[in-house]
Design a protein around this ligand. Structure first.
Ligand SMILES: NC(=O)c1ccc[n+]([C@@H]2O[C@H](COP(=O)([O-])OP(=O)(O)OC[C@H]3O[C@@H](n4cnc5c(N)ncnc54)[C@H](O)[C@@H]3O)[C@@H](O)[C@H]2O)c1
Ligand SMILES: [Mg+2]
Length: 304
């Protein structure tokens, strides 16, 4: 993916599951597209993702390097040389990016993916057209207007007041644990979704819950993550892991979680080949929930 702008012109550049954050002026971008045999009119497919402090608009454009990365690694390395950068998996890049760049990349990934999947009108079956900013698509035939969608998702850190509950899905990187997450059903409130997801995934009944913060998350599609802390009642801590949703879940002490929070990214294997458990990067709202819990527990244990 990549981007261009109105005035002055600046671009950012990405690929799909691979991110490469660079800025270019439009003329430079045209030169690069031509050099790599791509149609320069592609620039019109770019989407507005933000602007700089100097009020330069930033657009993202999909370079469609997905196929290039698998079938033409030579061209990929040539492009890396040309642009003096390197490709990195977007999820891996989360360990290196600052907050501002993460937000730009998340917006770009979500918007570009949405446009790619909404090329046709669901009513008329005719092609839809993107507006210049990329904030909507219009069907000239039915006059339907389509706006980028986000799915509401709840993410909950459950505590029994001394320990917190962390879980992993089989798709997570080895050793990584996170808070419980789940898509909201149509018609549900945030509170209902939290209670249902916690009951469905680990068989626990939420006693009380408190909203913390929200985050836009572009994987696998655009979601609005709403993060909450929840507690379970005393003696209501027996976990029944739903093996269709989770690989495992368990209660972790303050000491264990505080130690894991200090690990920056996937740790290396222990001598016996096991991986110490680790937590999502700062860019993920799960990290914030866990950090908040550690702060709260630490201050209450200091007071005791
Ligand atoms: N940012 C973070 O810190 C963080 C942490 C954990 C999970 N997440 C995200 O939360 C999201 C939800 O977590 P989950 O996978 O446990 O959800 P989940 O427990 O609801 O289970 C996923 C399943 O829900 C179904 N589903 C229902 N509505 C859906 C929709 N709108 N889009 C996609 N699938 C839908 C699908 O069958 C899917 O396989 C994931 O996208 C994940 O990437 C983010
Ligand atoms: Mg889930």
């Amino acid at each position: 993916m990549m981007m261009y702008v109105e005035k002055p012109r600046v671009q950012e550049y990405f690929t799909f599951s691979i991110a490469w954050l660079l800025s270019f002026r439009a003329s430079e971008l045209e030169r690069i597209l031509s050099k790599f045999g791509q149609d320069t009119r592609k620039i019109e497919r770019s989407v507005l993702i933000g602007c700089s402090d100097r009020r330069e608009a930033w657009f993202a454009l999909d370079l469609s390097l997905g196929s290039l990365c698998s079938s033409d690694s030579l061209q990929k390395s040539e492009m890396e040389t040309e642009l003096q950068g390197s490709f990195i998996q977007l999820r891996k890049a989360l360990f290196q990016l600052n907050e501002k760049d993460t937000s730009l990349i998340f917006t770009a990934q979500a918007l570009l993916r949405w446009h790619e999947c909404h090329q046709f009108c669901g009513k008329s079956g005719q092609p839809t057209q993107k507006n210049v900013a990329g904030s909507k698509r219009i069907c000239p035939s039915s006059n339907m207007i389509y706006y980028p969608q986000m799915s509401p998702v709840v993410i909950t850190l459950v505590s029994d007041r001394t320990r917190c509950l962390l879980a992993r899905q089989s798709s997570f990187p080895k050793g990584m644990y996170s808070a419980l997450a789940g898509f909201c059903d149509v018609g549900e409130t945030l509170e209902e979704a939290v209670r249902r997801e916690v009951a469905e995934e680990v068989g626990l009944e939420v006693d009380s819950l408190q909203y913390s913060a929200s985050q836009h998350w572009p994987f696998p599609n655009s979601s609005l993550m709403m993060a909450c802390h929840a507690t379970v009642g005393p003696g209501q801590t027996e976990i029944h892991v739903n093996s269709q949703e989770l690989e495992t879940a368990g209660w972790f002490s303050l000491e264990e979680v505080a130690t894991a929070l200090k690990r920056k990214g996937p740790p290396s294997n222990e001598q016996d080949g096991t991986i110490p458990f680790w937590l999502p990067p700062k860019a993920a709202i799960a990290h914030r929930l866990i950090w908040e819990w550690v702060q709260k527990q630490s201050s209450s244990s200091n007071l005791a």
